[in-house]
Design a protein around this ligand. Structure first.
Ligand code: ATP
Ligand code: MG
Length: 364
């Protein structure tokens, strides 16, 4: 079976370093590995509208920002198809049919949806569209017959939901070989990158929580954010022993630092383990660790920023990439929808045997 990637982001803001380590960095590596037959990267505007229905302008303004972040992080439109979700109406149609295969109680049990409902204070006023977004995500993934979905940990319940829908579909409709494919999530190898905390130490860096370092932040912004980052609140004097667990600066180092960064920026230490050991013993100040983190982050962010500046000079060209990618992606989704409808017997005009049987029914 050919290997196909589908993944994406909601255009609710610019992309941050949590997106980068959680999914974007991996996508670029997989794209360049040559192991995948097709790669689809989706800007999920329709999904973003499920909890931003009253603010479509925000979504519209951020599509270009997400596209610029993609290109500057190294996604190459010659190798990866970048598409806008709403440009592919077949996805909506698939969702509508999948809704019959999922119960309300199953959606209510989804831990990510539960947490997001709480975070958004929806309580009893949950928009139906938001509540059902795991189903629409299943449509996105299966429309492209994706085998592989590189995502952060918060997305695992969505992939599980998709796998259940595929199995149910095959049970009920037979489906046939390869009409729908059960996808696998691909989590970052480093556990710190699976759910990168916010700069405030909050459980997840998230656009909605305002605790982000954005890929497009200026060096001055990044410096301010790093220098005021949450560390160990009990590490007051330099000589105090410090904690690594829950210390955001070390979590970011886990996610971003490479062995060669030590020789380059902090030659007193051979590796991260040595740095952690010194911090735990006491005698190592937060400022020194933060300055190192800043150098490590800039090593990743500076080239991204430079490529962004280039793409920003040709915004019309970026729009063209999105339009062409969406058109190409639509062809694949339309083919899957045809197969799904045939399996579900919602094809009335293309089945000569059906029409003939009705002719026979009323033959004199
Ligand atoms: P929103 O608050 O609008 O939901 P978000 O910051 O959660 O925004 P999404 O667009 O929902 O971002 O997520 C896109 C991808 O980035 C998903 O694969 C998700 O798992 C991953 N991701 C988002 N935040 C993090 C994070 N803090 N750490 C690791 N991966 C993340
Ligand atoms: Mg999210």
């Amino acid at each position: 079976m050919s290997k196909i990637i589908l993944t994406g982001d909601r255009p609710t803001g610019k992309l941050h370093i949590g997106h980068y380590v959680g999914s974007l960095r991996r996508r670029v590596a997989l794209q360049n590995s040559g192991e995948f037959e097709k790669i689809f990267i989706m800007i999920a505007d329709a999904q973003a509208l499920t909890d931003n229905a009253d603010n479509p302008e925000k979504i519209r303004q951020n599509i270009i920002e997400v596209a610029l972040d993609y290109l500057s992080a190294g996604l190459d439109p010659a190798k990866s198809t970048i598409l806008i979700q709403s440009c592919i109406p077949e996805l909506t149609e698939l969702s509508f049919y999948y809704m019959n295969l999922v119960t309300v109680s199953r959606l209510q049990r989804n831990p990510t949806v539960k947490a997001e409902i709480q975070m958004r204070n929806f309580e009893t006023s949950i928009p139906v569209g938001f509540f059902t977004y795991p189903i629409s995500q299943a449509a996105d993934i299966t429309a492209f017959k994706a085998t592989t979905v590189p995502v952060g940990e918060d997305q695992l319940p969505m992939i599980e939901q998709t796998r259940e829908i595929v199995r149910k579909f095959n049970d009920v409709y037979g489906g046939g070989e390869g009409v729908l494919v059960e996808p696998d999530a691909l989590l970052p190898t480093e556990s710190a990158a699976r759910r990168l905390p916010g700069t405030d130490g909050g459980a997840k860096m998230s656009k909605s929580l305002g605790n982000c370092i954005y890929l497009s932040d200026t060096p001055a912004d990044v410096k301010t954010k790093v220098m005021s980052m949450f560390t160990d609140p009990d590490h007051i004097k330099i000589t105090d022993p410090g904690k690594i667990e829950g210390n955001t600066v070390f979590t970011y180092l886990d996610a971003f630092s490479k062995p060669e960064h030590f020789a380059e920026f902090l030659p007193d230490y051979a590796n991260l383990d040595e740095l952690k050991a010194h911090y735990k013993r006491g005698g190592l100040g937060d400022v020194k660790v933060k300055k190192f983190l800043l150098a490590v982050l800039e090593d990743t962010l500076a080239p991204i920023r430079a490529r962004r500046a280039e793409y920003q000079k040709d915004i019309a060209g970026v729009y063209d990439i999105l339009k062409k990618g969406s058109e190409l992606a639509r062809e694949t989704a339309a083919k899957t929808l045809d197969d799904v409808k045939a399996a579900m017997k919602i094809n009335y005009f293309s089945d000569a045997a059906l029409i003939q049987s009705h002719v026979d029914r009323y033959k004199g």
